[in-house]
Write a protein that binds this ligand. Structure first.
Ligand code: SAH
Length: 346
């Protein structure tokens, strides 16, 4: 069986040439694009301004990606919702919807599983299954917007997967998501988080998008980072800092450092001092995340006093720092846990 083209991953230009090759008028492409990316149609049969004949032809020629909602949970504390979606091949991905004063935010997955092996992370325990297509990243957002009936204004690519390990699909996704003919999400409202794949951080800088790049730093020395994150064996902190500097120079966008505080591992005063030395020279913002313990590992959260002391030490040195507010605390533990629980059948 030849693989059918995934129509929701095509740019408007690509869709126009597809329609031309089918002998259709150019404006059909705009209509279909609008159905997919603005009206959020679930299939060709909803495209009522197309003839039945054309809809049938599209059905035969193209794959229409539409995720299937299989479960969702809502937090009684803050209204956060966690969603589980099934992909066409039966794989399952997890996404999160968060309500903030400034708008609704969706956290999406970029891969099924992950091969980066960060020690504290649940999403990587079974390795990488496959990359997500642009359409599969988009449809997490589309499905959630349709389900909640509320506009999504902010996107964080911080769910399962390493976005820089799926670079080409990520870029297509970002272009479709921010396209003025599509959902038209502002680039400034998008954050992409990476464990630090240096060459692709540099490539992203050269795209000159106005998105925020978040670096999962989690340690301030190479030795300590290697204990937490295997990727640190490949790229040093010095190389990461250079790439961050380059990203800021190319885009003018302030970098975010994510730093998960693990009790007794990376939360001492000395760690804070070293982190200050790294963050100080860069235009960046540090986001401290109390680690979310997963049952497969014995990492624990730093106690509250330690977290506050760590934050104060950075602030005293004029580093811009926040402690990440835990959303949806009552509906499931660490990232990737809902999906894991589903797969374990419990
Ligand atoms: N692969 C990307 C994005 C996915 S995870 C990255 O590494 O950045 C998003 C953030 O959550 C990362 O900073 C990741 O290190 C962090 N994270 C993963 N599991 C966590 C846990 N159990 N507790 C706290 N932070 C965690």
């Amino acid at each position: 069986m030849t693989e059918r083209i995934d129509i929701k991953s095509l740019s408007l230009e690509e869709l126009i040439s597809e329609m031309e090759s089918l002998g259709e008028k150019k404006f059909r492409a705009s209509q279909i694009y609008d159905w997919m990316h603005v009206k959020l149609a679930r299939g060709f049969d909803e495209m009522t301004n197309l003839s039945g004949k054309l809809r049938e032809k599209l059905q035969q020629q193209y794959e229409y990606t539409s995720l299937k909602l299989i479960q969702y949970q809502e937090s009684a504390i803050d209204g956060t919702r966690k969603y589980l979606f099934a992909l066409k091949d039966g794989n399952v991905v997890e996404s999160v919807w968060m309500k903030y004063k400034h708008g609704n935010s969706v956290c999406i997955s970029s891969q099924v599983g992950c091969r980066m092996g960060c020690r504290f992370c649940a999403s990587t325990l079974d390795g990488l299954e496959r990359n997500l297509l642009p359409s599969e990243m988009l449809d997490q957002i589309y499905s959630i917007q349709a389900h909640t009936g509320q506009r999504v204004s902010n996107i964080v690519v911080m769910g399962t997967g390493e976005p820089m390990d799926n670079y080409d699909n990520l870029l297509k996704f970002l272009r479709l998501l921010t396209d003025e003919h599509g959902l038209n999400i502002s680039q400034r409202n998008i954050t992409v988080s990476t464990c630090g794949i240096v060459p692709n951080m540099r490539r992203l800088a050269e795209e000159k998008l106005q998105i925020t790049l978040a670096l999962s730093l989690h340690a301030s020395t190479d030795a300590k980072r290697k204990e937490l994150m295997p990727i640190a064996n490949k790229y040093s902190i010095a190389e990461l800092m250079d790439a961050c500097k380059y990203y800021f120079e190319q885009t003018g966008r302030r970098i975010t450092f994510e730093y998960s505080l693990v009790g007794g591992v990376n939360d001492t005063d000395e760690d804070a001092r070293l982190l200050t030395a790294l963050a100080g020279p860069l235009n960046c913002h540090v986001n401290l995340i109390p680690v979310n313990p997963i049952k497969e590992r014995d990492y624990v959260q730093s106690d509250n006093g330690r977290i506050v002391a760590f934050k104060n030490k950075l602030e005293k040195n004029k580093i811009n720092v926040t402690i990440r507010r835990e959303m949806g605390r009552d509906i499931d533990g660490a990232c990737g846990q809902l999906r894991r629980r589903h797969m374990e059948g419990s």
